[in-house]
Design a protein around this ligand. Sequence first.
Ligand code: SAM
Length: 308
Amino acid sequence: MQSVATRHISVLYQETLDALAIRPGGRYIDGTCGGGGHAEGILRANAPDGRLLALDADPTALERARQRLASFGERALLVHSSFGEIERVAHEHGFDDADGIVLDLGLSSDQLADEARGFSFDSAGLDMRFDPTRGPSASDLVNRLDEHELADLIYHYGEERNSRRIARAIVAARPVESAQHLADIVARAVGGRRGRLHPATLTFQALRIGVNEELEVLETALPQCIALLKSGGRLAIITFHSLEDRIVKNFYRTESRDCVCPPEQPICTCGHRATLNSITRKPVEPAQAEVTGNPRARSAKLRVAQRL
Ligand SMILES: C[S@@+](CC[C@H](N)C(=O)[O-])C[C@H]1O[C@@H](n2cnc3c(N)ncnc32)[C@H](O)[C@@H]1O
């Protein structure tokens, strides 16, 4: 593969590195390597002999990051995998008892800019898989789901109140051939822009979440992260929409408690023991200067917890 520099700008870069409290010689896991920005920051900070295991579901992203991180030699280990399998991959490569784990969710600017992937409204493709080697694509979903299933997906994963109208318009216009075609269908179904947002924003978000099973994978990964962290190890997660932020917030809250029985129950029967101390009571959000320089950062929220 030719060397193509990433165009992705890491979001909440310094805040994330600070949150991980990186120590020289420590072992860290980046579950979403992407452009390799956070990964490179970690490898600089855990020098001279610290190691990093970096995963990405997207083989193209991983290849690009491999080139960026080549100078770190064996200190950087890159593996093509979903972070939904983070525990198995970490065990296989001796990364149990990690000092820190970072998940920077969603997609990178490289993926957004790749026409064939279909993540942006003007794309010729309609795929939206982070891992193009697995599972149904966005094209499969929009062209094969029945109207009811499509409406439910757009409603649940996009929180789009016009989901039924949009699903009806999509079904009537099939076959949907590109992201651009889809964006036009949705725009015609719901009318013009809502403020700064393209009218198809929530539909595209819903399809991407559905195609990649993003919420399910996140829910599967969180307990695995706890199992992998050593006592005192940090978990830093950057989310970009309320559905995934809610999952992280609720998980940190539950895992910070010794008992998760319903409040009306007089005696604890759950036997649950706290595993985390949530460090960020409120999520860390980007400063205005960051959002101005990188509008993609505007909805980012960083939540950090420490393994007890
Ligand atoms: C926002 S980018 C990460 C950017 C990176 N932190 C940086 O500084 O360059 C998100 C990356 O996560 C990857 N990704 C999304 N879901 C994934 C999953 N379930 N498993 C592994 N990687 C995933 C995407 O392919 C994408 O490359």
